[in-house]
Design a protein around this ligand. Sequence first.
Ligand code: CMC
Length: 424
Amino acid sequence: MADKKAQLIIEGAAPVELPILTGTVGPDVIDVRSLTATGRFTFDPGFMSTASCESKITYIDGDQGILLHRGYPIEQLAEQSDYLETCYLLLNGELPTAEEKARFVSTIKNHTMVHEQLKTFFNGFRRDAHPMAIMCGVVGALSAFYHDSLDIKNPHHREVSAMRLVAKMPTLAAMTYKYSMGQPMMYPRNDLNYAENFLHMMFNTPCEIKPISPVLAKAMDKIFILHADHEQNASTSTVRLAGSSGANPFACIAAGIAALWGPAHGGANEAVLAMLDEIGDVSNIDAFIAKAKDKDDPFKLMGFGHRVYKNRDPRATVMKQTCDEVLKELGITDDPQLELAMRLEEIALTDPYFIERSLYPNVDFYSGIILKAIGIPTSMFTVIFALARTVGWISHWKEMLSSPYKIGRPRQLYTGYPQRDLKK
Ligand code: CMC
């Protein structure tokens, strides 16, 4: 894996030989671990040039617009697989046989309920609390309820925690929504599939159980698949960093949820709709595009651009197609916000500023439109991202704990005062 070497020339010091690591695909990586022996280290805020770990789960080629989970292209998974099968793949490395899949689905279904006492936890929150604030709290609180799976050194415990998290996230997400609505929380129904069950818990009430539209359930399932993992992004890196200290899995996922919340990351799907509201009308688009281009204005077009993709986000392509299917199923043809979104996309894709910087619409641009059409309130958008991403987070956490790892501890370039004396 490390046949080639790089040489680092430091003025006034002996050259340092650094091994070059080669992955199965993707660019070579210079291994700088031995640099610390020279009393120096590297400076890379934002991790623009730094691989924080080795992983076998997900591969992204941002220039080509490729996203692979365990080698399988996201488009194929979205078309031919389903969310729970994708979860199995991410967690275990291979697609399941029919028998393995049936066992996995049955195990997930056996864990969909949450401890009854957890319900009381919700009462501590204001009804108008942001659902992500509640999710950070209740997911972290799982560690107070499931003590029997907290030994992170025990592979069986890790497995049980992973199952619990994947199974309980839709229940917790729907409970959060019901709490904000003042409606009774719905128990999960194990005769439904993962996406149907989520929609059931979100939109049904004890007095009215409506059938779930197969088209909407399929779209929901695709949204889950498209958000399942995305290698070492901010939230996944947060989960790994928290996990590297030996924190329990529920605490680590709560940390991931907190990191996801920001508008530069998972919070962008909510921010897209807020931005469309703010733009209000097609006639205002030019002014907002000008704001987005203005260096002195912090405004950015939400749902555009990506740290890694400098080509189309492959998830956005599938999402756009799903968006069309959902709008057709719901008979939505003249939604003004949708018209606005499409016009914005058109302008941004032809504007030199966006072309030169490779700022394409990302996954969040279209997911917000679909979720809104399904009837999910904007404040729940990032919760849905968190629900779907939980399997990615926990797969990375498991991968890290299954091989030797060190506590994550970045260094810094200190530019504060040197030592000085306190003279009173
Ligand atoms: N609107 C206007 N200009 C932009 C945008 C945007 N959405 N995104 C980047 N730019 C400009 C930026 O100002 C910079 O210009 P210049 O080179 O003249 O200084 C250039 O493009 C490069 O951008 P950057 O901020 O250095 O890129 P980054 O990799 O640090 O940031 C990003 C990536 C996703 C945080 C950023 O594109 C952004 O804030 N986008 C809007 C928020 C968003 O949609 N986030 C969701 C990402 S996808 C879901 C997920 O995986 O989390």
